[in-house]
Design a protein. Structure first.
Length: 291
């Protein structure tokens, strides 16, 4: 693991360090819900999700003034313009897939249509024979940046979400030299990025997470084990790519994927759950279709 040498940003208000955020959706309106512990409060103001993230510290400071609610929103809390994913970013995942550790971040992208929420299906086309899971953490960008150094890149992160980078390995590995892997067909299908309903305000601390299939733990990871930390991933891609509030940068996945041969690939009807105790979880059922 590379050490970015950056001091972790600490938010000055203790209350905010343990805050989770989601949204209540009513039609086309989104109302932020802020949670500390088991206590939830709602901001009765319709917001644009990405504008909310760009002003997140303003809104979170209003917590004590907000009305109590007792609901579980279940709304997708992100609407990114860009979703950037490192192809190998955990040492043990590199080892299990017998791939060389990269010298610099290597990205592929997903599209907005890949995003799906809690209790929504992971869509498996009948022709997909090697459907795989990848539990990950996603960093949510909170301000527009371009050409950011690692310190500025770290400071641009406003929150973290739990995600599942679903992959169709049989299509991903349709390698056609000299063009490389078939990333779009293998990674960018509709529903191939389940995202947790809750996000956690970013405080710079490492985050543990795990992946279960039908209740069996398949993966355990910690963001402290990333080969390239979020600050390095963001600053590297930001040399040429402008990032905006709401954009997602994924962590990469730890060891334990089905591709390793340790576990079987996903089948119709199986339940996949990715969770982090500080953030929340995302749970989805694999659902096969043929058209």
């Amino acid at each position: 693991m590379q050490d970015s040498g950056i001091t972790k940003p600490k938010i000055c208000i203790t209350l905010m360090e343990s805050m989770n955020i989601s949204f209540l959706r009513k039609g086309d309106h989104y109302f932020p819900i802020l949670k500390v512990g088991d206590e939830k409060r709602i901001l009765k103001e319709n917001v644009d999700i990405n504008n909310f993230y760009s002003n997140i510290h303003h809104y979170t400071k209003l917590y004590e003034e907000l009305e109590h609610v007792d609901i579980e929103p279940g709304t997708i809390p992100v609407y990114p313009g860009k979703i950037l994913c490192p192809s190998l970013n955990f040492m043990m995942h590199s080892a299990e897939t017998k791939q060389k550790v990269p010298e610099y971040p290597y990205f592929f992208t997903k599209f907005r249509d890949t995003i799906t929420g809690w209790n929504s299906p992971i869509l498996k086309h009948k022709d997909m024979k090697q459907l795989d899971y990848e539990g990950e953490i996603a960093a949510i960008i909170g301000k527009k940046i371009k050409g950011a150094d690692e310190k500025t890149a770290e400071e641009s992160i406003c929150a973290l979400a739990v995600v599942n980078d679903v992959s169709a390995r049989d299509y991903q590995e349709q390698i056609s030299p000299p063009f490389g892997k078939n990333w779009v067909m293998g990674k960018a299908a509709d529903s191939f990025l389940p995202v947790s309903s809750w996000v956690k305000l970013y405080d710079g601390d490492p985050v543990e997470f795990s992946t279960e299939v039908n209740g069996e733990i398949r993966q355990k990871g910690n963001t402290k084990d990333m080969i390239f930390p979020f600050s390095k991933l963001i600053s590297y891609v930001n040399k040429f790519v402008t990032l905006y509030p709401g954009d997602l940068i994924l962590s990469g996945t730890p060891e334990g994927v089905a591709k390793s041969g340790k576990y079987p690939y996903l089948k119709n009807g199986e339940t996949v759950k990715v969770q982090s105790s500080g953030i929340g979880y995302i749970e989805n059922v694999v659902t096969e279709f043929d058209s």
